[in-house]
Structure formats: structure tokens, C-alpha cells
Design a protein around this ligand. Structure first.
Ligand code: ADP
Length: 250
């Protein structure tokens, strides 16, 4: 049902690459409003699983349902229209445009359906600027509005990437290693940011930094060798001997 507790679910999700099974019979239920983390040692199948859920990869077998809709065979653009959005890669930020212009373009992308005349009017451009500015404020980039995106430090680029994703007003956000490449001094900032944007949204993230996972997630799924090894809150999974062994053995 569209308004069930579970917003995203996978059943028996499986992906085989030329005979090698990277993800094997994974059942996943992600609760509305949760920050859910996918963790596990290298090669566990996290990225493959993430790519299956974001429709960057087609499953070999199994099914995926988002908000009551079967999205097993959907394209990334279709699920984005349903409200399930993957964070953009940094390469998707236009480096020679300002931070503000980048967010404005993302907002326009969402409104593409509206009439051209409406978007040409000066009044509308003003509103668009205001909305873009508000999003820059949300991610703490207001003072960088006129900076070229390409000249922002790495942590700020990630924040801009998040702002362009939020411009699509997603109901659920899929974050692929949000802390990758973020310096120690910026980790707290990005944690705060994710926590803020998680209000009235669901988040699924793949993240290596376990202290980030423990401070943000309500629910954790641990993968190893393509299968679910453990599930629960951080307390529970971090004490699980199978989880400890999988990490030590990696
Ligand atoms: P993780 O993100 O947990 O490190 P991955 O999902 O990247 O794990 O990889 C899981 C396994 O699947 C690895 O053994 C990897 O080598 C293999 N794999 C991933 N993608 C491909 C591919 N396109 N072709 C062949 N093998 C792949």
C-alpha cells in the first residue's frame, strides 16, 4: 500500500556478473523517515546493491517496490519522478557556473513540465533565485552563492551537490558514500547537513565511516559476500560476532 510504513523494499534481489554473484537474494525493507545505512567489508556487494536500488543496474532476479510501485524495470529518470533520487556525482556540477546558477538549473529541471512563457517572465526568475538561495542556505553555502562551483573546496562541492539534489524535492535520498573525500574537519558539518535534510525524508546511504553511520542511522544492514549478515541499530550490529568477524577477515 502506498502509505505503508515501508517506503522502499527489495525481495530476493540478485545480481550476477558473468557467473559471479555479487548480490544474492537480498531482502531489504526501508522504513519511511529513517536514515538507513548499508555497510560491510570491501567486496560485500554494497555498491552493486545501491546501483540496483537506484536503477543504475538491472537485477538478474528479484523485485524492488517504491512507495507501492513496482520499480524493478524502471529507469533512473522514472524513479526520480516518483521522488526517489540518488545524489549527483560531483562531475554533474557545472564548474564554470556559480553555486547559485547550479541550484537554479536543478530547480528548472524539476519544473520542466511548466510552460516556457512562465519561466521566461522576470517575476518567475526572481522566485527561482529566491528558491535557489534558500536551498544554498539549507546546505550552508549562502556566502558562496556567487562563487564558481569549480572553485569550491571539496566539502563545499558535496554540499552543493546535495543542494542540487534537494532542488528535485525528493521524498527519498540515496547517498553513495557521502563522506568519501571529505576532510576530518568537515565531517561534522556534513553529518549535521544530512541530519537536517533527513527531516521529513527517508535516506539510504552506503558509508564506510562507522562513526558517521553510528551517529546518523536508525537502521543498519550489514552485507558480506553479497548476502545480509545482520540488521538492526548500531548497538546491535556492532556487537554481532559475525559482523566483527566479517570486518576483521576483510
Ligand atoms: P562493495 O561496494 O561492498 O565493496 P561491490 O558491490 O563493489 O562491493 O562488489 C561486490 C563484488 O562484485 C566484488 O567482488 C566485485 O569485484 C564484483 N563486481 C562488482 N561490479 C562488477 C562488474 N561490473 N563486473 C564484475 N564483477 C563486479
Amino acid at each position: 500500500a502506498p502509505h505503508s510504513d515501508i517506503i522502499l523494499s527489495a525481495r530476493a534481489l540478485t545480481k550476477t556478473f558473468r557467473g559471479f554473484t555479487a548480490v544474492s537474494g537480498v531482502d531489504l525493507d526501508i522504513k519511511r523517515g529513517h536514515i538507513h545505512a548499508l555497510i560491510g567489508p570491501n567486496g560485500a556487494g554494497k555498491t552493486t546493491c545501491f546501483n540496483l536500488l537506484t536503477k543504475f543496474l538491472a537485477p538478474t532476479s528479484g523485485s524492488i517496490t517504491y512507495d507501492g510501485v513496482d520499480i524493478t524495470r524502471s529507469e533512473p529518470a522514472e524513479i526520480a519522478r516518483l521522488g526517489l533520487v540518488r545524489s549527483f556525482q560531483i562531475s554533474a556540477v557545472f564548474p564554470r557556473l556559480t553555486a547559485l546558477a547550479n541550484v537554479r538549473i536543478a530547480l528548472q529541471r524539476k519544473r520542466r513540465g511548466d510552460s516556457f512563457d512562465f519561466w521566461r517572465s522576470a517575476r518567475c526568475l526572481g522566485a527561482l533565485n529566491d528558491e535557489a538561495m534558500a536551498l544554498l542556505e539549507v546546505v550552508g553555502l549562502a556566502e558562496f552563492a556567487q562563487s564558481n562551483a569549480g572553485e569550491l573546496p571539496y566539502g563545499r562541492k558535496r554540499a552543493l551537490e546535495l543542494a542540487t539534489t534537494l532542488a528535485l524535492d525528493p521524498q527519498m535520498l540515496l547517498l553513495d558514500e557521502p563522506m568519501a573525500g571529505v576532510g576530518k574537519e568537515d565531517i561534522e558539518k556534513i553529518v549535521g547537513l544530512i541530519s537536517r535534510v533527513s527531516k521529513d525524508r527517508t535516506i539510504l546511504m552506503v558509508e564506510h565511516n562507522l562513526s558517521v553511520v553510528s551517529s546518523l542511522s536508525n537502521q543498519i544492514t550489514v552485507l558480506a559476500r553479497g548476502r545480509i549478515l545482520a540488521e538492526g541499530d548500531y548497538e546491535t550490529v556492532s556487537k554481532d560476532p559475525r559482523v566483527i568477524e566479517a570486518y576483521l577477515g576483510a
